[in-house]
Design a binder for this molecule. Sequence first.
Ligand code: GLA
Length: 387
Amino acid sequence: MLNRNAVEERFAAYYHADSEVIACAPGRVNLLGEHTDYNDGFVLPVAIDRSTCVAARARTDRIVHCYTAQFDQADSFPLDAIERSATLPWSNYVRGVINGVQALYPHRLLRGADLLIDSDIPLGSGLSSSAALEIAIGAAFQALNHLRITGTTLALLAQQAEHIFAGVQCGIMDQFIVALGQADHALLIDCRDRHYKPVPLPSQVSIVVSDSGVERTLSASAYNQRRAECAAAMRSLQAHRPAITALRDVTVADLDQYGATLPPLIRARARHVVHENARTLAGAAALQAGDLVTFGTLMRASHISLRDDYQVSSDALDTLVAAAWSVPGCYGSRLTGAGFGGCTVSLVQTAAVEPFVTAVTQAYQSHTGRTPAMYVCRAAAGVQIIV
Ligand code: GLA
């Protein structure tokens, strides 16, 4: 866990002044419900005990200065004209969120800030380091300016920032769980109306994240393409059932009846989403009832569907889940997040975690020659602001 005092000390050393607030936002791992959020569907993520912290101090002018310890890079921009950075991708998350916060208060002159970012969330491995950065920046900036933005609004404006400033047409899941996660619980989120329900995680189970170490290649363009394919499926099915406004509204019976009218690839994408929504609702009920065996079976079915119908898995991810499935004490395992590389998530009996880590590491090494990073995670709370 990132040491908050160390972040404050870094701030003092860099800016020669004390910070006024520190906001820490967690990474996330999704247990079930992949590529359903932008189809108005259901997701079941947890916030994890790795975080991005932003130490901050208000300025008297309208300039934002920002330093990131991870890249050892700095940037600054005026609040009066926030544009995309052509050279510093990380800064676009900062710029996008501050731009979004400002847009909520068109009649207030917000103050600039000195910001310092530090993080122990691995970058680019699908644990939502970008959502954590967005939410931590938004939380720190609103605290400095004495604003009261709700978690849902913060999540929505961070999602917009990602669309406009980073060019990824992401859904709401990552920003939402990072803002609103609850310790020891997953959240069942209805991405249509954004209602959510905390679902307790049984105490005898651990969340193990295995990082394939393979950077997610072409993920932004492939992700946006999947989104477009879902929209195409939705439009075709609307011709038969005009009440459909998203794949969320499509039932298994609809697919059986009208699926043949869709091109095979589009039908496979829709099949994943429709069944994944059903799995997520069934999974939340199973978890609530403490039925980890059913939950694990649903995770496995989710991975197979992501691999075959949605085609977002990779050899590395398939190797990790196949190894996990064969270890005693592992309830279930699947790729997590957008896919195309990145991480898998496994639910493992706490008593079996050590042999699980050893077995999966060895299997992955012998198949790929690479060593996976393995993180045993706790379900943590969403963003915290310390003034
Ligand atoms: C990324 C996006 C999310 C979601 C997942 C896939 O993490 O940011 O909105 O679509 O992929 O489930």
